[in-house]
Design a protein around this ligand. Structure first.
Ligand SMILES: C[S@@+](CC[C@H](N)C(=O)[O-])C[C@H]1O[C@@H](n2cnc3c(N)ncnc32)[C@H](O)[C@@H]1O
Length: 361
């Protein structure tokens, strides 16, 4: 397996799509720089830190949304850039890109051609905080998305923070599958395990006046972050966030849903220790751990599905890939053939059978 970099797109330039590590290709704990002295930083998991004077851990607002209230002399900023670059091992050019993006998110504006070198910059965080954020990214392998507090996903900039999964590019496809369902605009949908709320918000933005998404998560952090994203995209009238476990908060909509969407935890427990450090050390186990064979939550979702979907209702589940998808297609088509039809595996952009889809009879 290769090391996959957790990079993000800069906000200033609305950059093109960038690679995030798909959940199915995360089994890698190789350090970023195996021969550099910097590699010593990467060998042990970070110890949790909390500096009460810092805004970096306490402020859940994505960096680019914070007010630019910190004037910093140009020379101090240039010195920070040099110090930050010096931390980056030669084998990790993506970190130089991240440094540019961090500064783009932290700055109130791009430098204009007329601005003098001596002009102070207005930053959205104190320079000391940026320094701490950068060190945690390079030394502790804290994902860049957690550092800046956002991830680009479809055409959105989704707020994220520790405790909530960073939405992955392959998951973007579920929104298009929902859009392919006849009459989807006016249906009620459930996004089970909503995390940052990325799927729920994206689907909600496609819905008509009668449409609605019930976004469920058992994690309180996820509920908070999803709420923030729902507000940021102004879809409060279309997304109802419900705190609880899978189908439990959906008692009142049994048999009424047009669709169920879920990207549940699906990594086999035994694979967790081998995860890429950015993921294994920093992303929530609750969002990753799928139990034995990774199927624990997926099986629970399959079992409960028929009780919440209305006749003709659609479902799409994301899985760990080929084997899990094939297993589930086979299971649903045999064990629950009286309840579902047209059950099939759907490919992601890497031609992996990433999704299982089907319809309620
Ligand atoms: C793989 S993450 C997916 C997050 C988001 N939907 C996405 O695609 O980025 C799985 C989510 O399921 C949630 N989860 C785990 N167990 C759950 C449960 N019993 N009930 C509801 N949600 C749960 C986690 O908190 C996490 O947010």
């Amino acid at each position: 397996m290769t090391v996959l970099s957790l990079s993000s797109r800069p906000l200033a330039s609305l950059r093109p799509s960038r690679p995030s590590p798909p959940l199915h290709r995360l089994l890698c704990s190789k350090p970023l720089a195996s021969s550099s002295s910097a590699s010593a930083f990467f060998l042990t998991p970070p110890t949790p830190r909390s500096d009460p004077t810092s805004t970096t851990d306490s402020d859940p607002t994505p960096l680019f949304l914070r007010p630019a209230t910190y004037p910093v002399p140009a020379a101090a900023l240039a010195a920070f850039r040099r110090r930050a670059s010096a931390l980056v091992p030669p084998s990790a050019p993506h970190l130089h890109r991240h440094l540019r993006w961090l500064l783009a998110d932290a700055s109130s504006s791009s430098p204009s051609p007329s601005s003098s070198d001596d002009e102070p910059a207005l930053l959205r965080a104190p320079l000391g905080d940026l320094e701490a954020m950068w060190e945690r990214h390079v030394r502790d392998r804290r994902p860049f998305q957690y550092v800046v507090g956002n991830e680009h996903w479809r055409d959105m900039v989704v707020a994220v923070r520790e405790g909530v999964l960073i939405p992955r590019p392959e998951t973007e496809g579920v929104v298009d599958m929902v859009r392919g369902v006849e009459g989807f605009e006016d249906g009620w949908w459930a996004d089970l395990g909503t995390g940052s709320g990325a799927i729920a918000v994206a689907v909600a933005r496609e819905l008509g006046p009668e449409g609605k998404v019930l976004a469920v998560d058992v994690s309180e952090v996820a509920v908070q972050v999803a709420r923030l994203n729902v507000q940021r995209y102004g879809v409060q009238d279309k997304v109802e966030i419900r705190h609880g476990s899978w189908f439990e908060p959906l008692e009142d909509v049994k048999g009424k849903l047009m669709g169920v969407i879920s990207n549940p935890p699906y990594i086999p427990t035994d694979d967790l220790p081998g995860l890429q450090p950015e993921v294994g050390w920093h992303e929530p186990k609750l969002a990753l751990d799928g139990g034995k064979d990774g199927l624990e939550h997926l099986l629970h979702l399959c079992e409960g599905l028929s009780s919440v979907l209305k006749p003709g209702g659609f479902f799409v589940f994301e899985t760990n890939g080929n084997k899990q998808s094939e297993f589930l297609v086979d299971l649903i088509s045999t064990k629950w053939s009286s309840s579902f039809h047209n059950v099939e595996a759907a490919l992601d952009f890497a031609d992996i059978k990433r999704f299982v889809t089907g319809y309620r009879r």
